[in-house]
Design a protein around this ligand. Structure first.
Ligand SMILES: Nc1ncnc2c1ncn2[C@@H]1O[C@H](COP(=O)(O)OP(=O)(O)O)[C@@H](O)[C@H]1O
Ligand SMILES: CC(=O)N[C@@H](CCC(=O)OP(=O)(O)O)C(=O)O
Length: 290
């Protein structure tokens, strides 16, 4: 009798394990076939460890394949200042002297990247820290007027770093990418993180979601702008209330929407529920429709 019961129990356990395995495989398959999202988070989130943890938790629960590109402008400001350097921005991009590059590389590809990797492990994600230079992920042309600054160039062929990202995603890893890249002479360059995210989104044919310290693009009366067409977004660029970092962000969003023919979003990172909703395709923040 005991023996029969034991056998029935074993049979049940085997069937249960098989069902579990099958559902995990189905879930993994649907994760890898879903549209990839390239999420970019501004560096200001690092000043708020609780918000960073909640943001990463939101990515973990969203069940969406995500590549995270991060900024770190505030950390760069602090570290350049500590070293006695004066730094300025032109139209939202940092003028980067060659002697600033070791500090900027350390701040973005080192301190910032590894702090986010550590926090992502805390959220249960299999985080891997990379930079644009790994592979590499995109080709850059120097913007001579800004010093050691690179801007992504459109690339017909898939670069090895893009394949690396696809490999990592298909194995369940969570790539976290800083915006330090290489120009055509293989020299390190500082790249604005919004442009870096747009370039990766285009290369992966992914959807671009730019998370910032503001909930949306605000109009001249400080009201959030919700859904706009690509044509309306282009017109917005010349409006006087689009200033500094938002100029670059809007340009990056337009570029990605134009090239990938996918809607892009500019939303806030401060509320984790908003982050989950945006990752799952809800129209919160500013959406540029294609
Ligand atoms: N029209 C606008 N709507 C919203 N934010 C704007 C606007 N114009 C300028 N900004 C500024 O842009 C900032 C976001 O850009 P940035 O500082 O580069 O953020 P991030 O680090 O998230 O990329 C906001 O904090 C705000 O101060
Ligand atoms: C060329 C350029 O502007 N590089 C940026 C890179 C970091 C960044 O973009 O950070 P945020 O997203 O936090 O602003 C910089 O040096 O600040």
């Amino acid at each position: 009798m005991v023996c029969l019961l034991q056998r029935a129990l074993n049979g049940f356990l085997v069937a249960f394990q098989l069902a579990l395995q099958r559902s995990l495989i189905v879930e993994q398959r649907s994760m890898t076939s879903a549209v990839i999202k390239v999420a970019k988070v501004g560096g200001a989130i690092l000043d708020n460890p609780q918000a960073l943890a909640a943001f990463l938790q939101a990515i973990a629960v969203s069940q969406v394949p995500v590549v995270l590109v991060h900024g770190g402008g505030t950390t760069v400001d602090q570290q350049l200042q500590q070293a006695g350097f004066i730094s300025e921005k032109v139209n939202g991009q940092r003028v980067t002297a060659v002697e600033h590059m070791p500090i900027i590389t350390g701040a973005l590809a080192g301190t910032t990247n590894k702090k986010i990797v550590a926090a992502a492990h805390g959220a249960g994600l299999k985080a891997v820290g990379l930079s644009l230079a790994d592979g590499p992920m995109c080709a850059l042309k120097r913007v001579a007027a800004l010093g050691c600054v690179g801007e992504p160039m459109a690339n017909a062929e898939k670069l090895p770093g893009v394949e690396l990202l696809q490999l990592l995603l298909s194995s369940g890893f969570f790539p976290i990418v800083s915006s330090i890249g290489l120009d055509q002479d293989q020299t390190l360059c500082n790249v604005n993180a919004d442009y870096a995210a747009a370039a990766i989104a285009m290369a992966l044919n992914a959807e671009l979601l730019l998370f910032s310290d503001v909930p949306a693009i605000l109009d001249g009366h400080n009201n959030p702008i919700n859904e706009i067409s690509l044509a309306e977004a282009r017109l917005l660029l010349s409006q006087p209330f689009i200033q500094g970092g938002m100029q670059v962000k809007l340009k990056a969003a337009i570029l990605a929407a134009e090239r990938s023919r996918r809607s892009t979003a500019i939303a806030g990172w401060a509320d984790a529920q908003t982050v989950v909703a945006v990752l799952q395709g809800e129209c919160l923040g500013t959406h540029i429709r294609v």
